[in-house]
Design a protein around this ligand. Sequence first.
Ligand code: NDP
Length: 299
Amino acid sequence: MTARVIDGKAAATGVIERAKTAGAALAAKTGVRPGLAVVLVGEDAASQVYVANKGRTAEACGFHSVTHRLPTDTTEADLLAVIDQLNADPAIHGILQQLPLPRGLDANRVVGRIDPDKDVDGLTLVNAGRLASGMAGEAFVPCTPAGCMVLIRQVLGESLAGKSAVVVGRSNLVGKPMAQLLLLADATVTIAHSRTGDLARVCREADILVAAVGRPEMLGADCIKPGAVVIDVGINRIAAPERGEGKTRLVGDVDFAAASELASAITPVPGGVGPMTIAMLMANTVSAAYRAAGEAPPR
Ligand code: NDP
């Protein structure tokens, strides 16, 4: 079997178009234009790229878009003051604190300061609690797992009843909310991590395999059940001497070539989950703006 390659870019374009249309409709009806603020502290190269993409996409959606770039030596008090100011700003409906933070800044305290109604990354305890309590409709769900669900549903439909799902990785940003979403869709869910014994055997049980580890091509053919749907969240930069000296390329956590021989559908890296993450941020920002305007968010 050669797997269908799931086109994350095309799916993301659809989500972004819907966010743009919904944002324009809200502005026309209420005068409220969705506003997104992204806060970046320090010089992390990957974060700089992600933040620039988020700002560009928000502008392309017609949103009010603000980026706060703060120096590496920013104190926690100063960063919290920026968050407080954004919490109080009626033109801002979504706040995203780009992670990781430089050493010395406590991510839990900083993210915890974001008003849960503006927490479009879904990382505050309120939104994590809502999701864990099965109140996904009222929660802001972290963008990456929310995007994975859109791709999974594209292949398998709304209900995952009777399907077994294995999520490799248990971070608050990806693995845990991913597992919650799969559970809410009625899949039977296993979470695997660095202490899991016989990982390949666990993964081979999966009708839906989500890899969110951060280790290049770690999951090979021995981890794939024939016919599985494979969602590769990992983004790993590796040396690519075949492209020339000093060149690099991006790979996922799954050995794409090997897994494609067995899976029924698989996301590529790049061009799979990555574009969906930014698209879902736009969707969450529109929802936040609708709520702030007292309107029912678009579904
Ligand atoms: P974390 O480092 O926070 O979590 C990694 C998880 O993988 C941990 O739960 C860890 O287990 C587990 N793990 C590590 N080594 C192994 C192993 N050998 N076997 C099994 N499990 C293992 O990473 P994130 O969740 O933030 O991100 C995961 C990946 O997804 C990264 O490559 C990241 O770049 C990418 N990513 C991609 C996004 C996108 O838009 N496509 C967005 C966010 C992340 P333990 O808990 O036991 O340590």
